[in-house]
Design a protein around this ligand. Structure first.
Ligand code: GLA
Length: 392
């Protein structure tokens, strides 16, 4: 059954009528600029054609009641219970409910009125796969609360509030990339975002290449400390570099040459983390010109370098991701392959010549299964529009 039919039918069964609205918000894949958003660099994501869908109606009640169809669970909260992450009966909110509740929390911070709703939601983005399932839940519920509220925010404002919600309510110190891509996605286009100025533009993907996503099926939990640790390593690096470069505000302000000169003053682990960021920002600076010129080969090389750097310097890869990337890079038609998203598990992103794409997917799948004993999911992805109301 299609996901929209499934959530609508659960809604009818549970709440006795059809939902008034349905919203969707996509996941994202990132092609270049990994772990640089919180260092003010450039990122190059695209919203993907997998999404979270919410069926909802406004209700005249104190509490909102949400059903997570994928977990077959229900939770309730109101503006009064959200800050303590509890339900009206004082039990704790289940973890999945933190994401929609975080949206309410961030809207309250803006003094926006929150009406109650009944909602059923489900997603076809695998959780913990590096494709931003959490941001898509946040952005879908932003649309839902906006639809029943008497206010309206721009997609970028919704993205920024979603990031604030995740930083302060969920407790993951993420950057802006995921919520941005989910909120601002454009069909068939890559998005180039300057994470400092928040200016962004679309870049067409060359016609003869496809984005292929390969899921290792090893899924991680981003709330684990490893992500926040990386972020504080970057802050430490900035503090150390400021002794010689007092005007820098983030690693974005440090050139590769400056970094090479000062690197020996920085302790090993922090030096490796910062080197990844400084070099990755340099790589992502080149992305626009290369893609505009149709030089997919050079762009793919940057993706390959990015993976090596995430593996050896930023240390966020795992053996299964490395296996998937090594296999992909050896196949005909593959311009570039690397892990996408935060790492520690999840998916790789591959840029593949259209004419090779079927063979590529099949050979990669078989090779990965032989080497790991795991059955991967591999799919050709199409860039999609950002979060929207799809049924009034
Ligand atoms: C996660 C975060 C993003 C970004 C990526 C790594 O997806 O949510 O903000 O930092 O990791 O690039």
């Amino acid at each position: 059954m299609k996901i929209i039919d499934r959530i609508s039918s659960i809604y009818r069964e549970k709440f006795g009528r059809s939902p008034a609205h349905i919203a969707r918000a996509p996941g994202r894949v990132n092609l270049l600029g990994e772990h640089v958003d919180y260092n003010n660099g450039y990122v190059l994501p695209a919203a993907i054609d997998r999404a979270t869908y919410v069926a909802f109606s406004p209700i005249n009640a104190r509490h909102s009641t949400l059903i997570a169809a994928d977990f077959n669970q229900q939770a309730s909260f109101s503006a009064e219970t959200v800050p303590s992450k509890t339900q009206p009966d004082e039990s704790l909110l289940p973890e999945w409910a933190h994401y929609p509740a975080s949206v309410v929390w961030s809207l309250m911070e803006e003094n926006l009125p929150i009406l109650s709703m009944n909602a059923v939601f489900a997603s076809n983005i695998p959780q913990g796969s590096g494709l931003s399932s959490s941001a898509s839940i946040e952005m879908a519920f932003m649309i839902a609360w906006q639809t029943i509220g008497s206010w309206s925010l721009t997609p970028m404002q919704r993205a920024l509030l979603g990031q604030k919600a995740e930083n302060n309510y969920v407790g993951v110190n993420c950057g802006i990339m995921d919520q941005f891509a989910s909120a601002c996605g454009v069909e068939n286009k890559l998005l180039l975002l300057d994470c400092r100025s928040l200016e962004w533009k679309t870049i067409p993907l060359p016609e003869d290449v496809s984005i292929v996503i390969a899921d290792t099926t090893i899924h991680r939990k981003l709330t684990s400390g490893a992500y926040n640790d990386r972020r504080s390593d970057c802050d430490d690096a900035v503090r150390l570099l400021q002794q010689d470069l007092p005007n820098i505000k983030s690693l974005r302000d440090v050139s590769v040459e400056e970094f090479n000169q000062l690197a020996k003053k920085i302790p090993g682990k922090i030096e490796r983390r910062a080197r990844h960021v400084v070099e990755e920002i340099e790589r992502s600076n080149q992305a626009e010109a290369l893609l505009e010129a149709g030089d997919v080969k050079s762009f793919g090389k940057l993706m390959n370098e990015c993976h090596m750097s995430l593996r050896d310097l930023y240390e966020v890869s795992i053996p299964e991701l490395d296996t998937m990337v090594d296999l992909a890079q050896s196949l005909d038609g593959c311009y570039g392959a690397r892990l996408t998203g935060a790492g520690f598990g999840g998916c790789t992103v591959n840029l593949v010549a259209k004419e090779n794409v079927e063979d590529f997917a099949q050979t990669l799948s078989m090779g990965y299964e032989v080497e790991t004993g795991l059955h991967p999911e591999i799919y050709i992805s199409h860039a999609s529009n950002g979060a929207e109301l799809i049924k009034r």
